[in-house]
Design a protein around this ligand. Sequence first.
Ligand code: SF4
Length: 60
Amino acid sequence: MTIDMDKCSGHARCYGTDPDLFQIDDSGYALRPGFEVPAGGEDTAREAAASCPERAITAQ
Ligand code: SF4
């Protein structure tokens, strides 16, 4: 899973989808540009990608 940090606008919706998977700063911006999705978390990852209004998240 990758997050385009230039597109991220701090909506924190990814965090709202899965606070264990996504880390955000105090302003609501994603902190990590990429990470592995744990086994079984694929559906949640896709849901988070769809929730991002900036289309900053790519689930691979
Ligand atoms: S939902 Fe998108 S814009 Fe909002 S914090 Fe997450 S990656 Fe950034």
